[in-house]
Design a protein around this ligand. Structure first.
Ligand code: HEM
Length: 448
């Protein structure tokens, strides 16, 4: 072997502190920091978080390289896996390689188009049920309201259980869990995870609450021995065609908890942000309500009706551009990668900030403006690939994307047919970019 040593040229990036790198910035206003990186340093930005080397990718072609063209060269980041090991375990979101492939094969049938169609009635029925508690003049926290609803929907469709009575306590537990897990992902020192701090205790308690719910789903189903044909039965009974194996109890638990959390939290955020945007854009709201009224003529919506409400889909897509519920994702390079003129060494983290690409003035005209027209069929065709990717892409694209889109459309159509909501005056709504992008504090709205 000849002795050629390649000198790796580092991409530009913000200066950080010795040892700590840019941890402080990332724990502060993350979105501002990552947006500034894009504007000041361009397509590939380098910074450090403690010992971790981060390459922030701001060019859609690079995102496509990682997610779609060469996904085999990247694994989920170890920081995420470590932070989630006692919560999501090795479920679909956090597993890799052969385990991930096998689990995805086993879970996929629950998300086939035909099955999802069967979930539509539950989505509408539960929304209708929620509206029984609504009345003109009442004030609601819209995220809380949507969280309850989507949690009930995922509980019923995937686990055939009504979580109505527990929705409050599980919702709180999930908020605590997400906050604490985000904290762990952005912190390089693992020793802190084990200390009996108040935060760690709260996290443990939160986890117990969620754990008990999932254990109840599994125990009830095992006791009944029934094949209800839903996701849970699928998990418990599935046999992998290729290797003949079944899931272990631990694997069923990890998968169930992943789908329960991932299956409602994101959609609730998408809906809350959509109501927030509509309340500030009465002309768009009016056009949307007119489309819904014309298509439904007072009936509750069904899946078939969705084709006659194209503007509804455009509104939701545009809302997820401005407020992508999963606002960023990352991977660890499994080998040295050449990208954008740089070598990304094996073991470094590539960060793809969905929010930052969705707001890039090089990719979008007036990126901060709410304009559903961007997603009309003619305009959508001109959006550069991976300038818009609220559901990720490639073999690890969100397994629930059709489920979520259908749910968001049905929920909005059912609600807007009867009520509108307006913003309660005098509140400052802020984004809280944890693992998901939440409004904080919850957005207070008044029902009209
Ligand atoms: C608006 C709603 C949703 C958004 C914005 C969203 C977003 C995403 C994104 C961006 C990813 C890819 C993450 C990555 O590549 O690192 C993902 C993966 C995933 N999502 Fe969703 N999601 C939504 C709804 C759902 C629903 C309803 C379910 C289940 C019922 C779900 C289950 C999952 C799972 C299991 C994965 C991991 C897939 C894999 O790695 O194979 N999501 N989601």
């Amino acid at each position: 072997m000849d002795k050629v040593t390649s000198i790796h040229k580092l991409p530009p990036g913000p200066r950080g502190l010795p040892f700590l790198g840019n941890i402080r910035e990332l724990q502060g206003d993350r979105i501002k920091f990552l947006t500034r990186n894009r504007d000041e340093y361009g397509d590939v930005v380098f910074f450090r978080l403690g010992p971790r080397r981060i390459y922030q990718l701001n060019n859609p072609e690079h995102v496509q390289y990682v997610l779609v063209k060469h996904p085999e060269q990247f694994y989920k980041s170890p920081a995420l896996k470590r932070a989630a090991q006692d919560s999501l375990g090795q479920g679909l979101l956090t597993s890799d390689g052969d385990l991930h492939k096998r689990q995805r094969r086993l879970v996929q049938p629950a998300f086939h188009h035909k099955r999802i169609a069967a979930y539509a009635d539950t989505m509408v029925e539960y929304t209708d049920d929620m509206l029984k508690g609504w009345a003109a003049g009442k004030q609601i926290g819209i995220l809380n309201e949507m969280m309850h609803l989507t949690m009930r929907i995922v509980g019923k469709t995937l686990f055939d259980t009504d979580v109505y009575d527990d929705a409050d306590s599980i919702g709180k537990a999930i908020s605590v869990g997400i906050e604490a897990t985000t904290d762990r992902v952005s912190r390089p020192l693992q020793v802190l995870d084990k200390l009996p701090t108040a935060k760690n205790r709260q996290r443990k308690q939160a986890l117990n609450t969620i754990e008990q719910t999932i254990a109840r789903f599994i125990a009830e189903r095992r006791a009944s021995g029934e094949d209800k044909g839903d996701l849970l039965s699928m998990l418990l009974m599935s046999v992998d065609e290729q290797d003949g194996g079944q899931m272990t109890n631990k694997q069923v638990r990890d998968e169930a908890i992943t789908l329960f959390v991932a299956g409602h939290e994101t959609t609730a955020n998408a809906l809350a942000w959509t109501f927030y945007l509509l309340a500030q854009h009465p002309e768009i709201e009016q056009r949307l309500v007119a489309e819904i009224n014309q298509a439904l003529e007072g009936r509750l919506p069904t899946m078939v009706d969705l084709a006659r409400m194209p503007y509804l889909e455009m509104v939701i897509k545009e809302s997820m551009r401005l407020y992508p519920p999963a606002w960023m994702t990352s991977r660890e390079a499994q080998e040295d990668i050449q990208l954008g003129g740089y070598t990304i060494p094996k073991g470094s983290v590539v960060m793809m900030v969905i929010y930052v690409l969705h707001h890039d003035p090089k990719l979008w005209i007036e990126p901060e403006r709410f304009m559903p027209e961007r997603f009309s069929p003619e305009n959508e065709a001109n959006i550069p690939k991976y300038a818009y990717f609220p559901f990720g892409g490639g073999p690890r694209v969100c397994i629930g994307n059709q489920f979520a889109m259908m749910e968001a459309q049905l929920v909005l159509a059912t609600i807007l047919q009867r009520y509108r909501v307006e913003l309660v005056a005098g509140q400052a709504v802020k984004m809280q970019p944890l693992i998901t992008l939440r409004p904080k504090p919850d957005i207070q709205m008044r029902i009209k």
